[in-house]
Design a protein around this ligand. Sequence first.
Ligand code: NAD
Length: 437
Amino acid sequence: MKVTIVGTGYVGLVTGVCLADTGNHVIGLDVDADKVARLSRGECTIFEPGLTDLLQSNLAAGRFRLTTNLKEAVEHADVIFIAIGTPPKADGSADLSMIERAVVDIAKAVNKHTVLVMKSTVPVGTGARVEQLIASHTKHPIDVVSNPEFLKEGSAVDDFLRPDRVVIGTDSEYAATLMKELYAPFVRNNHPIIVVKRAASEMVKYAANCYLAMRISFINQVANLCEKLGIDVDEVRTGMGYDARIGSHFMYPGAGYGGSCFPKDVQALWHVAKAAGIEADLLRAVHEVNEQQKGLLVDRIRSHFGDLKGRAFAIWGIAFKPKTDDIREAPSLRIIEGLLAGGATVRACDPKGLDHLKKEFGDKIQYCTDAYAALPGADALVICTEWNEYRSADFDRIKAALKQPIIFDGRNLYSVDQMKRRGFTYYSIGRPPVKAS
Ligand SMILES: NC(=O)c1ccc[n+]([C@@H]2O[C@H](COP(=O)([O-])OP(=O)(O)OC[C@H]3O[C@@H](n4cnc5c(N)ncnc54)[C@H](O)[C@@H]3O)[C@@H](O)[C@H]2O)c1
């Protein structure tokens, strides 16, 4: 099939190369000419396991190419996917202006019956609004379909190749048939392709993300309570997780969720509810608990040290989760801001996220590619992302390099007993603090 992907960021690029890999002829269209040039050379613009190989092999096979030329990209396609960002506005509602501009331009360029697929996460009713927006700009039939994406950064390629389910929102039989054909190679494991009403499909994505975010805020609130009551949240989490109705996924306490999806989607659905006349108090609470959680580590550092002026901190992990270079809304950013505001200095390390971090903080902090190079002379180590390579750390080296053996762990990487045994002062989330004797 001939496919165009509009927007070649995390979702668009993964979608594009995965669809090309099953034999489709795919064009990636982006307004960012530098990104298009780099991707065309086979240079991956994001870090995502397995993506570079897929990009390069499909470029070489001639099944995937990139352009900034909208007319060429639109005329090529039977199916056009929109994978443009939907960032939050100042009030938290979804900003659809980039999408609205793009769909009007696309409608003007369409030269045949075309399926226009919303892969971006968009509020309920957006499909209907897009249909209205484009109606006067084309004589050709355009089926506006919702097809939310559920991939997770860090395992995006794998998630796209083996989705738990594919959700398609449309009333058009023509569009549903095309979409099912496109996805058939990815559901050979008998995972379902679910065809529902368009608005229901739009809601599935928001409801799914909000539910996952709610589990994180829930366990974080339980963790904070556990800490106050002298209980280890790990014991509680384990005891809960074996209940088949609950399970253990997305039940890890930490320094809060980040990324480009959960924070904005929770707020966006809250706005959708408000516009529909419903006060979605639960969603507001999920967001507020997360905001407080992002400040927890800095509060803890302040209460340990008092004045932060002249103190130095080593940060391990910047990305909002491991195996990605994405730092959007990462708790680490809030933690660095808090430390700098208190007059401390920061040396930050992350296996993939440092380039993005430099754009945020410039010369206000120092950057280390080697985790251990961030430590010498620091007052404490602060862990913000659970990268695998931090899990079995060289504790003797950490102890020797820090001024005092103190770790603030926002991801509960180490066991409390281990830290006691090794003589660290250790603060984690929802577990009893350890004081070095
Ligand atoms: N990142 C994720 O993990 C994830 C997962 C599921 C869904 N989503 C949703 O998918 C959408 C895209 O997210 P993302 O993280 O891939 O965004 P992104 O910011 O990484 O990529 C968006 C791309 O769109 C391009 N773009 C903007 N306007 C354009 C236009 N008019 N024409 C062509 N290209 C244009 C940008 O240059 C950029 O390359 C969002 O709605 C997001 O909520 C994201």
